[in-house]
Design a protein around this ligand. Structure first.
Ligand SMILES: Nc1nc2c(ncn2[C@@H]2O[C@H](COP(=O)(O)OP(=O)(O)O)[C@@H](O)[C@H]2O)c(=O)[nH]1
Ligand SMILES: [Mg+2]
Length: 301
């Protein structure tokens, strides 16, 4: 009986998706099921994913989304579909280009299974002797700069929040994925912030970064500077207003998101960013599963 469901978000991956590696991985890992999300691709990605499903029936779940909504939404939809599809105790997500080779999943899984109290493991691209972390200098430097700022400003000693390889226990899904993400590309940081807001300062004791042995930058990344700073701006008006209000509330608590949000505000009138009408600030205690939620300083309607 499989006990791990790995979500793979796919956007225009018809040519890039390493199909043979995914099939070989399924064959050598009978305890894993793949949940492949087509994020409104404009090429033949959905057909490719259906082909994989047909080749390994029962081992591949396909989630078609339309229109394209970005990696954060695709991962969230995949995780929620995974929870609905089976009782797997461990869920995760993995970038489709396999920049992090699938062989690393065994190492992440071992840490998740063997470390008492650990609920979330994240691959970490620590460039060091003995590892093969191959990244263009420009992206390495930008990535390190972002990571240093984000961890400093948020007070989280995370080395690499943005690596696209993460595994977690099913009981964290409510806290991490119930609400739609505000950002399309910083959602990994949102996940950590959600965990911290829900559980308190000790939340980070549940998280382990696992230094990867291997990571290769794979060409064909679609994440450009424009996408980093302008994602909400190009979305339709109503959606944009909702995102901005949510982001404004979130930015009160999370300085890194505030920085990100600030980029939007440079391009928009501040008037778009006001709190929702009738919003007040307050505390709210709720319980989700066995995790006590203490949501402080949120706008309550
Ligand atoms: N660029 C992009 N990637 C998406 C989107 N939705 C899902 N993804 C997936 O997110 C993962 C990371 O994307 P990639 O282009 O490799 O970004 P990078 O390597 O982090 O620069 C891949 O599995 C994509 O297929 C989207 O709207 N845009
Ligand atoms: Mg990539």
């Amino acid at each position: 009986m499989p006990d791990v469901c790995l979500v793979v978000p796919c956007y225009n991956e018809e040519r890039r998706l390493p199909q043979a590696a995914l099939l070989a991985f399924l064959d050598s890992h009978p305890h894993v099921v793949l949940c492949l999300v087509d994020d409104g691709s404009r090429d033949g990605t959905l057909g490719v994913l259906r082909g994989l499903e047909a080749q390994r029936p029962g081992r591949v779940i396909v989630v078609p989304l339309s229109p394209n909504g970005g990696k954060a939404g695709a991962v969230r939809a995949g995780v929620l579909a995974a929870v609905a599809a089976g009782p797997w105790p461990i869920i995760g997500f993995w970038d489709a280009d396999l920049s992090t080779p699938l062989a690393e999943m065994d190492r992440l899984l071992a840490v998740l299974r063997d470390t008492p109290g650990c609920r979330l493991v994240m691959g970490s691209r620590v460039k060091r002797l003995g590892s093969r972390i191959e990244r263009r200098l420009q992206r390495h430097v930008l990535g390190r700069l972002f990571a240093a700022l984000a961890s400093g400003i948020l007070g989280l000693s995370v080395y690499d929040s943005q690596c696209g390889a993460k595994l977690f226990h099913r009981d964290l899904v409510g806290v991490l994925f119930d609400e739609p993400f505000i950002t399309r590309w910083l959602f990994d940081l949102e996940m950590l912030a959600r965990l911290r807001n829900a559980i308190g300062a000790s939340a980070m004791d549940m998280v382990r970064e696992v230094p990867l042995l291997e990571w290769h930058e794979v060409g064909g990344s679609k994440l450009g500077v424009g996408e980093m700073v302008g994602v909400h701006v190009i979305e339709p008006g109503a959606q944009r207003e909702f995102d901005l209000r949510q982001a404004h509330a979130f930015a009160q608590e999370n300085a890194a998101v505030d920085m990100y949000f600030g980029l939007h505000c440079c391009r928009l009138r501040w008037g778009d960013c006001v709190a929702p009408p009738g919003a007040t600030r307050g505390d709210k205690d709720t319980t989700a599963g066995d995790v006590k939620l203490i949501n402080k300083n949120k706008y309550l309607r």
